[in-house]
Design a protein around this ligand. Sequence first.
Ligand code: F6R
Length: 604
Amino acid sequence: MCGIIGYTGVKNAQDILIEGLRKLEYRGYDSAGVSIQHDGVIDTVKSSGRIDALVEKLGDGIPGVTGVGHTRWATHGAPNDTNAHPHISNNGRFAIVHNGIIENYESLRAELTADGVCFKSDTDSEVVACLLELYYDGDFKSAVYKAVGRLEGSFALGIVCADHPGRLFAVKNMSPLIIGVGEGENYFASDVTAFIGHTKDVIRLSDGQAAEITAESVTVYDADGNETEPERSVVTWDIEAAEKGGFEHFMLKEIMEQPRALEATIKPRVKKGRLAPEGLEELDISKVSRIVIVACGSAYHAGVVGKYVIERLCRIPTTAELASEFRYSDPILDESVLVIAISQSGETADTLAAMREAKGKGARVMSIVNVVGSSVANLSDNVLYTWAGPEIAVATTKGYTTQVAMLYIFAVWAAGKLGRISSEREGELTKCILALPERVQHAIDLNMHVESLAKKYHTYKTPFFIGRNFDYASCLEASLKLKEISYIHSEAYAAGELKHGTIALLSPDELVIAYCCHEALYDKMMSNVKEVKARGARVLAVAQEGNKRVLAEADDVIYVADTDPLFMALTQIVPMQLFAYYAAKENGCDIDKPKNLAKSVTVE
Ligand code: F6R
């Protein structure tokens, strides 16, 4: 939800900001803008639409070596030129970029308006620029602290002041912000991808901290304004990981990267044939009475798979809850409950709120997260990182499958620790987990077959996905993938539920995609497929390799490589990621940046 960037150094700031904004565009893409400081003034250009529209408007460009930039996903105010960031104080001395939501902006706006301040935009963010002007007496840092002290809500802020050449302030509170430390130049951004082409040395700010950044120095202050030792680290991946590498879309590249991402997630967790995930050392699983998984969107769907696997293997009662609902349900929790938060970005506001709710009620919180040092990781008692690398396409693929793999690892590890499975079974399951990257490669090899099926079926208006148990979890994810990138409405249904009402919708014009991979429930599933066929609907089945019986019922079949039934959910989702991708391509959709969406949902 919005990407911010700042640069100060010796190079042309506009070029660096535009390059960074292009990398951040996945976070929001309805408008963009830059403010650049030069010769004692700040020049700002903003435009609705994509970064290309901003570049066109910039024309010959703005000179200067210090500036801030923003790419927006609108929350407060329509996506137009005026509401685009940066926002400028009335006297033109301050420009700010903001990611997050200022919750008390209405009262601040009323107060400032009564003092004669004139607001130009409908945004919550503009109050920050106006507060800076109000509190400024020549001391940049003091104005920043006084202004930020008035704000409630979540914010990552980048600030430039015309009176302080080459100087930026960056402030973090519950929205992502990372500083890139270069040689004779420094950066800040919502995400490291924005500057990874220039430096891998980073400082991760904690909530409440601010950084004063010049070309030669980065000074970090705590919430009270006292200088504090920054937490420095080096990013382990490089620019190629954040680029398309010859693929037409990031989504396709990321689908293809899944075997590698899974290997990076799984292999380091296996030592001498046994699962030994780091990060769980202080978790006494024998004291856990119940597990609650909280997450949003696809991460929630991974959680549904996790619920089934954990309950089967560990016999610990487990539920998967939508994070956005969980926090308002007055959940019954205590210190014996383990809450597992799942998040690719590690910045999802609803997931963070659910985690805070859980911690407030005394539960232990573990997270499965992809972004190192993210807010979700920082809030957790235990962290299991998925090593998927950067995920740029808005629709998650490798983020999702690595989350599922991590849940498998956790479930087998916990079941072994609890003695709920024999050592022999633990060894067998570990081998299956190790083989998952190769099984997923097999599913990826179906690429051309799936493309032809997408060409055949992309005109169907409202496909139904049906399946039972693990297969149902895959239906939820497959249906979301199709909806979000191809704009084809679809429904995911537990197959047994169809006859309780929805079957009324079936006709020869409908497509039903039936997951038939769960061997134990195969016969029941076939009864449902027959019911569908009896209403004349077309059936595309996804089944395990070697299952010839399904051919008698389905119009088309996608065969996925066999593995232990507990782990089929991971391999069987891949063809439907490809199906959604090719259907979206047929429909001429903007696959990496679907309309109305943003990658990292940092608002509730
Ligand atoms: C769908 C998708 C979203 C995310 C959800 C949670 O393709 O990407 O549904 O899964 O917004 O995001 P994270 O995992 O970053 O918390």
